[in-house]
Design a protein around this ligand. Structure first.
Ligand code: HEM
Length: 137
């Protein structure tokens, strides 16, 4: 089945592109992923709106967050600390707008780095599934 079509039996559980291995490959393997992380990271830390959440967080924690976010985005295995996404963000008053900025920054970075549109769309849809757990304001 071509990516992007729904399986009549399994529906959305069918791979629609944008899975972990696929995005890794499209970015050009480990080096490409490292470049993508750097581009994304620079854009996030330069964003005025997101500063409110990430200011004062040390670099290691920020990097751990980027890893968790990207792993969720690419559909990889959960590598998080024991906390659920909902618990981890419960006290952070994250707005829909902030969530949108994180997601759209990643999608733009991936598109800029040559990931095909269909896979970028699939990444966006997957992250959308986490909105209700992350947005608390
Ligand atoms: C799908 C989207 C997201 C995922 C998968 C994700 C993942 C995580 C995880 C796993 C933690 C817990 C880290 C730990 O227990 O040490 C965490 C904490 C946190 N998240 Fe997210 N996050 C997402 C979206 C966001 C957004 C949109 C924001 C802000 C606009 C945000 C800001 C934070 C902050 C500030 C922390 C606390 C960091 C710390 O003190 O270590 N997250 N996130």
């Amino acid at each position: 089945m071509r990516a992007g079509r729904e399986c009549p039996t399994l529906g959305r559980t069918t791979r629609r592109g944008g899975g972990m291995a696929e995005v890794y490959e499209q970015l050009g393997g480990p080096d490409g992923v490292r470049t993508a992380v750097t581009v994304f990271y620079n854009r996030i830390t330069a964003d005025e709106q997101l500063g409110r959440w990430f200011e004062g967080i040390d670099l290691d924690r920020l990097k751990a967050h980027q890893r968790a976010f990207l792993t969720a985005a690419f559909g990889g295995p959960q590598v998080f600390s024991g906390r659920s996404l909902r618990d981890a963000h419960a006290d952070l008053a994250i707005t829909d707008a902030a969530f949108d900025t994180m997601v759209s920054t990643l999608l733009t970075s991936l598109a800029d780095l040559g990931v095909p549109k269909e896979a970028v769309t699939a990444v966006g849809e997957r992250l959308e599934g986490a909105r209700a757990e992350v947005v608390t304001a």
